[in-house]
Design a protein around this ligand. Structure first.
Ligand code: ZN
Length: 218
């Protein structure tokens, strides 16, 4: 083990900017200023390769069993096992790197960052979504922002889990009811604005987050 001195983090100068972030599936994050952060689809990219190598690994496993050999002595099997492990590690590193860069950029640019308090565990039970959500490593993302915000004197506001960010019209505030996940765009029945599902949601998250933030200010 090593001991090192950790520099004391200085709060960053105020930027007087706030942002609302909606985390998505197709895009990693959708920002209230309309920007979309591409979800690099870390594992998806490597998935094919990993699958192929894993199939190869199980073929070698079966072969060893058939030949009645001890796995420890099967060089081909062991070689392949290490290859699969390295591939998995690589994917994990990419993901970490991506998240670190992204969170640092957010923290530098904004004083107040508004996000949804997501019930990721609950969402993971929905299997269609599960793969995609764990792919974008949702909870790890939020966690990272939490400690970095503390370091640099930033505020992260979590809106309530039940705040209907995707059901409200961010222009007039009209509550337009639940929207199925496949509906990516809708028109407000009150003010007739055409709304991009995700951008609208992130704008609502920003407004709600700022409301909560201001309530805590003296
Ligand atoms: Zn409206």
């Amino acid at each position: 083990s090593i001991t090192c001195e950790v520099p004391e983090f200085q709060p960053l100068p105020k930027t007087h900017q706030a942002i609302g972030i909606d985390l998505g599936i197709t895009d990693f994050a959708i920002l209230s200023d309309g920007r979309k952060v591409d979800n690099q689809r870390f594992t998806a990219k490597m998935e094919q390769k990993l699958k192929r190598e894993q199939r190869k690994l199980s073929r070698r496993y079966e072969q060893a069993k058939k030949d009645n050999r001890v796995l420890r002595d099967c060089m081909n099997y062991q070689k392949q096992r290490r290859k699969v492990a390295r591939l998995r590690e690589k994917v994990a590193f990419w993901r970490e790197d991506f998240l670190h860069k992204l969170t640092t950029a957010f923290i530098r640019q904004y004083d107040v960052i508004c996000v949804e308090d997501l019930n990721t565990k609950g969402m993971l039970k929905n299997h269609k979504l599960a793969k995609a959500i764990s792919d974008v490593s949702w909870s790890s993302f939020v966690q990272k922002r939490m400690y970095k915000a503390k370091w640099y004197g930033r505020t992260i506001v979590k809106t309530n889990r039940f705040f209907p960010s995707s059901q409200l019209c961010h222009v007039c505030g009209h509550h337009d009811g639940k929207k199925a996940l496949e509906i990516r765009e809708w028109t407000c029945s009150s003010c007739h604005t055409t709304l991009d599902r995700d951008i609208n949601a992130s704008r609502n998250i920003l407004a709600e987050g700022l409301r909560l933030f201001e309530a805590t200010q003296p």
